[in-house]
Design a protein around this ligand. Structure first.
Ligand code: ATP
Ligand code: MG
Length: 562
């Protein structure tokens, strides 16, 4: 890891928290992470999770997990379950029980009645078209609804009847009475409640009116005594409404809403709606497809919670745009895996090599450590054999200048083993190389050859000991940095057709019983992780490439050779 890893990074929200503690405004802080259970969490949510839970941890405070479940049609138990699992997997634990905005439906209803009684909310029956017309535009003020001055008693009666199911869906709304001429459209008498007959995952069909997000959120925060309500910048213009609601109801707590910029990660998407589309239209295998920027997808791919948390730390928190290269995330994962992943050998694109001068019993094997800097990881034997696999790409019949791997007549070092010379290549009828005939220099096991230098080192596996494995190579999911930036073309047009390549390769025998989600470095190839879903220890070995060893795009981006 880089030397400054884990050191807290200063940012404006942290400064606010520290100032509030210093001034005595708050002794302890309480934050919350408030997802809507309408999809799986993604890397953008990870940023928000690390911020909210991270601040609470650092300042000895609390962080709640609260589901914002006010849109029954789009929400499900599956999503709610996955979100809890993902937050825990990232390494965080919320304070007390999981909370739900629906826990507060009765309280929210009570506050709505309070607003009606104070003449600050009214029932309206304008059609959606009329609503739009009355709302005005960014440049023109709106105009008052003819129902705006309906007497409180009548509003109370209508609201009670809305709740009792006397009106069809969408026919009436309860609106806050604020200011139809406000330059902020959010304050032009926003809806507080709507009629919607839908089965709710928690309250079933108990309610047919549901509170709107803006109304629900601030009250839920206040009921939970949240001190700092952190949200993304698109809510900045909603803050006056957040404050208006809390200022006009009888509630002893008024959290401070603070906005920060959303994370946008290049070559991927952070829109739940579009991620859902990828899943439902089967462009990916599911929410946990290792190409997905979802937490569950990244987990399946082999990303570590520590690596993702380090990413959140490195990208920081601010109010300015937060567009981040995918390479930054990959570097965090790589840095973390470098220290923790044992090294083994695997061959992804096998080419058979027959060792002509192999003599059973005489040709030796060597031990190799699992990690160059961590002897406590232990050693294993790397047995030699008559037939070995090497990477097809490590042989070139007509090598380019500077080639340091195998070529006809040339020599390479087999990692942890002998120096080997290629004597001959065997071709099939179509002219493809199917096998190499090679010989080893017996005097090079663990020592340099006499009188010459052999620069190249390649990985390999003894055929009789190697285990067959499915190896899934992943690349970025989209071919362009901003797949949803094009107004004319759908993001689906930019899906990278080469984002998944499935190889039938070979791995070292020592990984045979690896449990699902075990991580390795395959030497020279990258970091890999046994698949959570399909890998069966001892029976079916399936590895996902988590990340390559080096930033293979640096070249493409013009950052020099790698
Ligand atoms: P929706 O459009 O469904 O509301 P959302 O991405 O805002 O999508 P939520 O479930 O409401 O999803 O998000 C939970 C929390 O995560 C919110 O506080 C939200 O601001 C934060 N969040 C969501 N996306 C990002 C992102 N890309 N970067 C940082 N924070 C995010
Ligand atoms: Mg949201």
């Amino acid at each position: 890891m880089s030397s400054n890893a884990q050191a807290p990074v200063s940012h404006f929200i942290r400064n606010i928290v520290e100032a509030d503690r210093a001034s005595g405004k708050h002794r302890a802080i309480t934050t919350r992470f408030p997802p809507e259970p309408n999809g799986y969490l993604h890397i953008g949510h990870a940023k928000s999770i690390c911020l909210n839970f991270g601040l609470a941890l650092e300042y000895g405070g609390k962080c709640n997990l609260r589901f914002d479940d006010t849109n029954p049609e789009k929400e499900s138990e599956e999503y709610a379950r996955s979100i809890q699992e993902d937050v825990r997997w990232l390494g965080f634990q919320w304070e007390g029980p999981v909370r739900w905005a629906s826990d507060y439906f009765d309280a929210l209803h009570g506050f709505a009645v309070e607003l009606i009684n104070k003449g600050l909310a009214y029932v309206d029956d304008l059609t959606p078209e009329q609503m739009r017309e009355y709302r005005g535009t960014l440049t023109e003020p709106g105009k008052n609804s003819p129902n705006r001055d309906r007497p409180s008693a009548e509003n109370l009666d209508l609201f009670a009847r809305m709740k009792n199911g006397e009106f069809p869906d969408g026919s009436l709304v309860l609106r806050a009475k604020i200011d139809m001429a406000s330059p902020n459209i959010n304050l032009r008498d926003p809806a507080l409640y709507r009629i919607r007959r839908a089965q709710h995952i928690r309250t079933g069909d108990r309610w047919c009116i549901y509170p709107m997000y803006d109304y629900t959120h601030c009250i839920s925060d206040a009921l939970e005594h949240i001190t700092h309500s952190l949200c993304t910048l698109e809510f900045e213009d909603h803050r006056p409404l957040y404050d208006w609601v809390l200022d006009n109801i009888t509630i002893p707590c008024h959290p401070q809403q603070i906005e920060f910029s959303r994370l946008e990660l290049r070559y991927t998407l952070t829109s739940k709606r579009k991620l859902l589309q990828l899943v439902t239209e089967k462009h990916v295998s599911g929410w946990d497809d290792p190409r997905m920027p979802t937490i569950t997808g990244m987990r399946r791919r082999g990303y570590t919670p520590e690596g993702i948390r380090e990413f959140a730390r490195r990208i920081g928190i601010s109010k300015s745009g937060n567009v981040v290269e995918l390479a930054v995330l990959e570097a965090c994962i790589r840095d973390d895996l470098e220290a923790r992943a044992p090294r083994v050998m695997a061959v992804v694109k096998p080419l058979k090599v027959v060792i002509r001068n192999f003599v059973a019993g005489e040709t030796g094997s060597r031990e190799a450590g699992f990690h160059p800097e961590r002897p406590e990881f232990g050693n294993r034997l790397v047995p030699f054999a008559k037939e070995i696999w090497i990477e097809a790409d490590d042989f070139a019949e007509h090598p380019p200048a500077g080639w340091q791997r195998l070529s006809p007549g040339g020599e390479v070092r087999l990692r942890y083993s002998y120096v080997m010379r290629c004597d001959e290549s065997v071709k099939d009828a179509a002219g493809n190389i199917v096998e190499l005939l090679c010989s080893i220099d017996r005097d090079t096991l663990g020592k340099n050859p006499a009188g010459r230098k052999v620069k190249g080192v390649i990985h390999w596996l003894p055929a009789e000991h190697a285990l067959a494995a499915e190896i899934r190579l992943y690349d970025r999911l989209f071919t362009v940095p901003e797949p949803d930036a094009d107004k004319e073309r759908s993001f689906l047009e930019f899906i990278n057709p080469g984002s998944l390549t499935v190889m039938q390769g070979w791995v070292e025998a020592c990984v045979k019983d690896a449990a699902p989600e075990t991580r390795y470095q395959f030497e020279r190839l990258g970091y890999f992780c046994t698949d959570r879903r399909d890998h069966r220890p001892g029976r079916r070995l399936v590895f996902n490439r988590t990340v390559t060893l080096k930033d293979s795009w640096a070249k493409e981006r013009g950052e020099g050779d790698v």
